[in-house]
Every structure is written in structure tokens, then in C-alpha cells.
Design a protein around this ligand. Structure first.
Ligand code: DGP
Length: 224
């Protein structure tokens, strides 16, 4: 099948998935990348945190509670981990590749502010990262997510933390809408079967990857 670029401008779409732990995000991200490739798009997955880099290995140790770190320091490491991938994301988007990110700066703010760090500290390190064309926020009550397998393995996987993070995600959503417009942040229910959630997602993503991303990639938190 012919490979087609994702928009009339020729650039790829930048699509971010966010949500609480165990909401089914990684499954949906993988299925979306597969579907896009089957449909002839160039697409790739970008997982955050990227645990393969030197910084990512420090983050991984922290998440598995094998290392302790000051809340400010780990926040900056998560942001640094995104910055070390930023140039490759921009390059791929320019080359017509649709980039699907499993988490992004919004998790950074939601998780760190849930621990008590102020927004004024949490936002600036990610300023000017590539701006997602759309962020799909998968919603699932923390009590439902906690019933899913493997919940509780990592540091943040308690119902209390997830409930606090969910509240912060609400504030992050408001900030995105205020600075970048309502269309950049969309909530999707993650309840139901994998196929049901997938079809909800496709209903939102179809128009973005098939012609909806003209112009250059913007900068996060920088009003255009
Ligand atoms: P995952 O690999 O998607 O299970 O994410 C790892 C965990 O790290 C998850 O609990 C969410 C959290 N997390 C992801 N990004 C950030 C970030 O930038 N800052 C903080 N503090 N936590 C994050």
C-alpha cells in the first residue's frame, strides 16, 4: 500500500494520550499505531517516560522505588526526558510521520502538582516542547483502574494518589484549553471493551490524521 503523509500540509500529526494509570492507554496507543500503518500512514509510538535513555533509567529506578529523589529534581528529570526526544519528534512530524505519544508534559504537571508542587514550578520546564495537535484524555474512575491487573506495582499506583492526579488533570485541561483552544484537549471514556474504546478514539482521530493538521507544529504553553 502507498505510504501517504498525514495532512494537506505534508506534516505528520502529533497525537498525545493521557490518563490515569491502568486506564488502557498503552493498549489503545499500540492499536492506533497499527491501524495507521495498515491504512498506509507513516506512524510511530513515543512512550514517556522513555526509560531507555540515561535519564530514563534514573526515572525508572525512581518509579520502581529503587531510588529516592527530591520531588523537584524528579520533575525536572521527567521534563529533561521529554526534551531529549523533542528534536526527533519535530523531525518526524516534518517528515510526514504521525507521532503518537503515550503520556507527555501533562502527566508531568498532573503527577507533580498532585504531590504539592505549584503549577508555577511545574509548567515552565516543558515550555516550547512540540505542541500536540490533539490530546486524548482517557477517563476511568480510579476505583475501576485499581481493579485492573498489575495496579499497585509502581510508586504512584494507589487510589489516593490517582484521585489527586485526576483532580490536577482537570486543571491541566483548563490550561491547555485557555492557551491553545478547546479542540486541543478531548476527553474519551475508557470504560467498556477494548474495541468500544478504540472506536471512540478513531472517531476523534480520523479527521486529525486525514487532513486536519495544516501549518507548522506549535510550541507548548506558547500562545500562537
Ligand atoms: P507509565 O510508564 O505510563 O506507566 O508511567 C509511569 C508512571 O510515571 C505513571 O505513574 C505516571 C508517571 N509519570 C509519567 N510522566 C510523569 C512526569 O512527567 N512526572 C511525574 N512526576 N510522573 C510522571
Amino acid at each position: 500500500m502507498a505510504i501517504s503523509s498525514s495532512s494537506t500540509s505534508g506534516r505528520g500529526a502529533f497525537i498525545v494520550f493521557e490518563g490515569l494509570d491502568r486506564c488502557g492507554k498503552s493498549t489503545q496507543v499500540a492499536r492506533l499505531v497499527d491501524k495507521l500503518e495498515r491504512d498506509g500512514h507513516k506512524a510511530r509510538l513515543q512512550k514517556f517516560p522513555d526509560r531507555t535513555t540515561a535519564i530514563g533509567k534514573m526515572i525508572d529506578a525512581y518509579l520502581q522505588s529503587k531510588a529516592e529523589m527530591d520531588d523537584h529534581a524528579i520533575h525536572l528529570l521527567f521534563a529533561a526526558n521529554r526534551w531529549e526526544c523533542a528534536a526527533a519528534i519535530r523531525r518526524d512530524l516534518d517528515d510526514g510521520v504521525t507521532v503518537i505519544a503515550d503520556r507527555y508534559a501533562f502527566s508531568g504537571i498532573a503527577f507533580s502538582s498532585a504531590k504539592g508542587l505549584p503549577f508555577t514550578f511545574c509548567l515552565p520546564p516543558d515550555t516550547a516542547l512540540p505542541l500536540p495537535d490533539i490530546t486524548l484524555y482517557l477517563t476511568l474512575p480510579p476505583s475501576v483502574a485499581s481493579q485492573r491487573s498489575a495496579f499497585g506495582v509502581e510508586r504512584y499506583e494507589t487510589v489516593a494518589i490517582q484521585t489527586a492526579v485526576r483532580e490536577q488533570f482537570g486543571l491541566v485541561a483548563n490550561e491547555v484549553k485557555k492557551r491553545h483552544g478547546d479542540g486541543r484537549w478531548v476527553e474519551v471514556s475508557a470504560e467498556g471493551s477494548i474495541e468500544e474504546v478504540e472506536s471512540r478514539i478513531w472517531g476523534l482521530v480520523d479527521s486529525v490524521v486525514n487532513g486536519g493538521v495544516d501549518g507548522t507544529v506549535g510550541e507548548l504553553w506558547v500562545e500562537q
